[in-house]
Design a protein. Structure first.
Length: 351
């Protein structure tokens, strides 16, 4: 059997992308030690790249389908993709599915008709059979941000469970016992993982799970607003809210302002995602910061490493870590972070 880049990557103990950059003289520099390991492994395995070098870096056509390209999270991820594909002058087609499975299928079919070399997809739900069939026919597919159910496709995601766990644990350690979750729909795996992190953090803290404190719906500002209205109407409203996306957080803030409530004096808040306005609020918002640009870069590099390879779906799974950005919106009472011996700009996991 012919030796593949995947075999070289396993022997050298590096990623498939690194092997591609070393052996095909790709656009990213590789450290001397990792380069040496790749070259030694390639020699030991008698690896021969297919065809002359110039053919391996022909201009590619790549499709990107995300739920909504106007959302800051996905817009920034697309910027990360562009940073990787631009040096190779590859063509990029970007479209929004609206988080609707039927629209997503239409877009995938349109891209396949254009004979794209690869697709980076943030699936609405479980991956459509159409996507799996395209991968089997040789189209490189990478899932970005969402896992898309049980699949062997290459994928890059974020550690949603641990991120939510950290956020809820922080609120508990700040003195809160009635902590609400404003979340996305259960059909989306990122929302399910954030709910799991929330539930596990409550169990860790010895707090009961109360279904009325969990509000599910689309990842939109309007849902954040309506969810906040529902929570504040409870006979015993929460003292803190964990909002699981920037769009939801903007709606939560609208709902709190509507009731004349102040953060954190009347209610504490931690958001998921760090939009530009989060640090400009008074007080600035404590958030889970996502590696959004890195997410797009990683997805693009993984795609470029598998274009033209056999098989296109090799089951690589990358999980990126987030950072907890401590500001001033999560305290039990309004106090500067310095009063607790913590710098407002401190970042990192809660020990």
């Amino acid at each position: 059997m012919r030796t593949t880049m995947r075999d070289v990557a396993r022997r050298a103990g590096v990623s498939l992308a690194t092997v591609s950059y070393v052996l095909s003289h790709g656009p990213r520099a590789v450290g001397a030690e990792r380069r040496r390991r790749v070259l030694v492994a390639a020699r030991e395995l008698n690896y021969n790249a297919k065809g002359p070098g110039p053919q391996r870096f022909r201009r590619l056509t790549i499709g990107v389908v995300v739920p909504e390209v106007s959302f800051p999270f996905f817009a920034t991820a697309v910027q990360g993709i562009e940073q990787v594909v631009r040096p190779g002058s590859h063509l990029l087609f970007v479209a929004s599915s609206g988080d609707e499975p039927s629209r997503e299928r239409q877009l995938i079919r349109a891209l396949l008709r254009r004979r794209v070399d690869g697709v980076i997809l943030t699936p609405c739900d479980e991956v459509s059979p159409l996507v799996g069939q395209a991968a089997e026919r040789g189209t490189a597919i990478v899932l970005m941000d969402r896992e898309g159910g049980g699949t062997s496709l290459n994928r890059v995601t974020i550690n949603n469970h641990q991120s939510a766990f950290q956020a809820v644990r922080l609120l508990w350690e700040s003195g809160h016992s009635r902590i609400a979750l404003v979340n996305g729909p259960d059909r989306i795996d990122t929302a399910r993982e954030r709910l799991r992190g929330y539930t596990d953090a409550l169990a860790f803290a010895g707090l009961p799970f109360r279904s009325e404190l969990v509000q599910r719906g689309p990842f939109t500002s309007d849902h954040g607003l309506q969810a906040t209205r529902t929570l504040l109407a409870l006979a015993e409203p929460p003292s803190a809210i964990f909002s699981s996306s920037a769009a939801l957080t903007s709606g939560v803030l609208r709902g709190l302002r509507e009731r004349g409530l102040r953060v954190p004096d009347d209610i504490a808040l931690v958001g998921f995602g760090d939009p530009e306005w989060a640090s400009l609020l008074t007080p600035p918002l404590t958030v889970i910061e996502q590696p959004t640009v890195l997410l797009g870069e990683a997805a693009a590099r993984l795609l470029l490493a598998t274009v033209g390879g056999r098989p296109a779906a090799i089951g690589q799974r990358m999980v990126l870590e987030t950072r907890l950005v401590l500001r001033e919106s999560h305290w039990r009472v309004a106090q500067p972070a310095a009063a607790f011996g913590v710098s407002p700009s401190t970042r990192g996991p809660i020990e």
